[in-house]
Design a protein. Sequence first.
Length: 88
Amino acid sequence: MPIELSRDERAQAIASIERYFQEALDQRIGNIGAGALLNFFLEEIGPLVYNQTVAQLQERLQQRMQELDIEFHEDEFQYWRRQAKARR
């Protein structure tokens, strides 16, 4: 599943890359270079970040599902036990 950015998000990302190069590296990358670098990161590294996020989400959902079992568990066949307690 390729990572796609809206036109506005892409423009903001490119501007951020250009600014980073200028301020952190004291180099000018330009709009085309920044766009190419963004494409590279989205295609090459984006899936790694995406897959890690999905794995973390799966782990959290599994933990939550286990909590639901504890939170909403009801013991079976309790009618007669309750009746016996009520008679005492």
